[in-house]
Design a protein around this ligand. Structure first.
Ligand code: HXC
Length: 517
């Protein structure tokens, strides 16, 4: 017995209708703007032929206000899973061509179903956000749907990686879903994200503003910190998704995809010396140091435009995947401020939940002094760093390159905060405060009396640096593991990482720590 041909014909027609809901002209217009259709995004994300769609035929409930007779293919969202190499990934993509990708009850059910599938199978989820928000016709059902999505975001948090790609509008409370995910990418020209738009802000506060000022990718990446990456267009965004995923495990029970068969690079790198300024008051350019140290000079910087006084990102040391945290002395001398503390704390926690070792590179003069900093809560924000590092149980290797003063010595993962190994360059200065400030504080009266005040102060500062703040002082008290030559840094980190990868730490059981927020 063979199946009746008309049954197959009906199925094919239904599929065709749902899958080809955009005319070639509209598609061309999307491409001209750097956009892909929802189905194209899914197609570009996955290896060919591996995507299985879940719920293609699901429909909205026509009893909702004004919805009778509305044909909404796939209810405006494509959900399913596919493969990237050997790694399965779950994904959903809101389809703006279907009633602006708005979310109602069925769309929310489809989204939460694929999220629960991701958690059950232990695979990352990628969410393309391209939507006019809550589907007005569905009223409280739409609001409830968002609540279900947020709840699922929290359920998945810390279990499987969640990556949001905002490639169109993401307005109102809907913006909380990306905010609850691990990484947020926005496309530069086609996306915007905000809670209340310019009209509402004008009506409520009287202030005139623009979409660029409150909701652009540029603003979120550099000012609000809501966004980790800017992509030039949809294709670039999907490339970034794949790049991020290449550093992550599928879920929190697995290790990231280290290449442990890669040989450990034991060669000294004397080229590094050329990147270190001879004068300690001249800032060091940390980006070039990092790229000199890591495999193939590859660093995937996260939050690159936000709090540029610190650098965080993913890289590899002789095949071992790490999260890097580093001060950037070229910006605000590398001092830690409110945003920098948030950026580091968040990244450290992201690494910890996905079992990624941390390498911390220190050249920090301290927490930024200032009225705005104190009033803005630098104590609370700085405490996030302390909390994040001390709670982190993945391998932690710290290198003190030059300055490491005061609270920032601890906040940049000193031994006391749980670093497994701490290495210092001979150029390191470790103390409660910088040499000049310390001399001023300790010898003010003597200096006031001194004939050649400036020369005496400089002499004392040098003495302080050489003896008191010297890395050997810290090493003699066993606060650091060893003093190393800069040329040994890459091999030292590579070895230390291999040795600490199997590290286990037992902590008292609790619901969760109470991180300062
Ligand atoms: C129902 C909507 C809709 C919505 C757009 N449409 N937004 N239908 N609910 N929220 C419909 C339009 O009526 C139109 O239908 C079609 O989608 C395409 O929309 P256009 O406006 O023609 O497209 P465009 O000019 O590109 O503008 C897109 C847009 C704009 C920027 C998204 O539509 C817009 O501002 N929409 C409203 C956004 C909004 O305020 N959402 C609610 C946010 S509050 P037809 O039938 O004409 O094709 C929210 C609460 C969530 O989401 C709370 C969660 C906690």
């Amino acid at each position: 017995m063979t199946i009746k041909p008309e049954l197959i014909e009906t199925l094919r027609k239904k599929r065709e209708h749902i899958q080809h809901n955009i005319t070639p002209e509209k598609l061309e217009a999307l491409h001209a703007k750097g956009l892909l259709s929802a189905r194209e995004r899914i197609q570009v994300l996955f290896d060919e032929g591996t995507f299985q769609e879940l719920g293609m035929h699901a429909r909205h409930n026509a009893v909702h206000f004004g919805m009778a007779g509305r044909d909404l293919p796939a209810d405006g969202v494509i959900t399913g899973s596919g493969y990237l190499g050997s790694q399965q990934i779950a994904a959903y993509c809101q389809d703006f061509s279907v009633l602006a990708g708005t979310l109602g009850k069925m769309q929310a059910r489809k989204i939460t179903r694929i999220m629960r599938y991701a958690i059950k199978t232990g695979v990352p989820i990628v969410a393309f956000k391209d939507s006019g928000g809550a589907r007005i016709q569905e009223g409280v059902d739409a609001l409830s749907g968002y609540g279900d999505v947020f709840y699922a975001n929290v359920l998945l948090s810390g279990v499987v990686p969640q990556i949001a790609v905002v490639c169109g509008p993401c307005a109102g409370g809907a913006a909380y879903s990306p905010a609850l995910m691990d990484f947020v990418i926005m496309t530069r020209n086609n996306s915007h994200m905000f809670l209340t738009g310019p009209e509402v802000i004008k009506a409520v506060t009287g202030r005139t503003t623009t979409m660029a000022e409150i909701g652009s990718a540029e603003m979120h990446a550099s000012v609000s910190g809501n966004v980790h990456f800017i992509a030039e267009d949809d294709q670039h965004a999907i490339g970034l998704v794949k790049h991020i995923l290449s550093y992550l495990p599928s879920n929190n029970t697995e290790d990231p995809p280290h290449n442990l068969s890669a040989p450990i690079d034991e060669n000294p790198d004397h080229g590094l010396d050329d990147l270190i300024p001879a004068d300690p008051s001249e800032p060091l350019e940390m980006q070039s140091i990092i790229r000199r140290l890591v495999d193939n000079g590859e660093l995937l910087e996260v939050h690159a435009s936000f709090a540029r006084n610190v650098i965080v990102g993913f890289a590899r040391f002789s095949g071992v995947i790490v999260g890097i945290v580093a001060n950037q002395p070229m910006v605000m001398a590398g001092a830690l401020d409110l945003d920098a503390a948030d950026k580091v704390a968040r990244f450290v926690r992201t690494c910890n939940v996905f079992n990624i070792p941390l390498v911390t590179l220190v050249d920090v003069p301290g927490f930024l002094p200032g009225v705005d900093e104190e009033r803005g809560g630098i104590i609370r924000h700085g405490a996030k760093m302390l909390h994040a590092y001390a709670s982190c149980t993945t391998p932690k290797i710290t290198i003190i390159l030059r300055k490491s003063y005061g609270g920032s010595y601890l906040a940049m993962c000193s031994q006391e905060l749980g670093a497994d190994m701490v290495f210092a360059w001979p150029t390191a200065e470790i103390a409660v405060m910088g040499a000049e400030a310390a001399v001023k504080m300790l010898y003010r009266k003597d200096l006031d009396k001194a004939e050649d005040r400036l020369a005496r102060a400089a002499e004392l500062a040098q003495e302080y640096r050489n003896e008191f703040a010297s890395p050997y002082e810290a090493a003699s008290n066993f606060y650091i593991t060893d003093v190393i030559e800069p040329c040994e840094t890459r091999s030292t980190i590579s070895l230390a990482l291999r040795k600490t990868l199997g590290k286990r730490e037992l902590r008292p059981s609790k619901k969760h720590g109470n991180m300062p927020m």
